[in-house]
Design a protein around this ligand. Structure first.
Ligand SMILES: [Zn+2]
Ligand SMILES: [Zn+2]
Length: 134
């Protein structure tokens, strides 16, 4: 485990880097698996060891179930504009979003699906299926 900000080696149970003060998992300049420098900030995978550079830590308390989006932000967006499937579009679920727009505009029942999603997001039972994203 290495500091992603300065490349310093960290212990497994160490929460903060002693040389730069960054929290473990924060920063994007070094690979946390092998400690090699990352040249391109948009790089997804370490060229040295193949480890993924962006984990869910990058999103703060973002939920892996919600494609890395913050649960509370998604719940609020869902509540306010969920009838138009905006939260679905943000999480990459375009088909579900379009479905909600149709349900809202044609049948006026989009709010039912919005309420279901809202409750599922709040209770951590909403899971984005990465294989169904378009
Ligand atoms: Zn550091
Ligand atoms: Zn690496």
């Amino acid at each position: 485990m290495y500091c992603k900000n300065c490349g310093q080696e960290l212990n497994e149970n160490q929460e903060v880097c002693l040389s730069c003060g960054f929290k473990k998992g924060n920063g994007s300049k070094y690979c946390q698996n092998c400690g090699s420098a990352v040249r391109d900030p948009g790089q997804e995978i370490c060229i040295n060891c193949g480890a993924k550079l962006h984990n869910s830590d990058l999103f703060g308390d973002g939920s892996p179930n919600l494609a890395g989006q913050n649960k509370w932000v998604m719940a609020i967006i869902c509540f306010l504009v969920g009838t138009l499937g905006i939260h679905n579009f943000i999480m990459g679920e375009n088909k579900k979003g379009i479905f909600k727009i149709i349900m809202t505009c044609c049948c006026g029942i989009g709010f039912i699906f919005m309420l279901i999603d809202f409750v599922r997001i709040l209770t951590d039972s909403y899971v984005v299926d990465p294989t169904k994203l378009v």
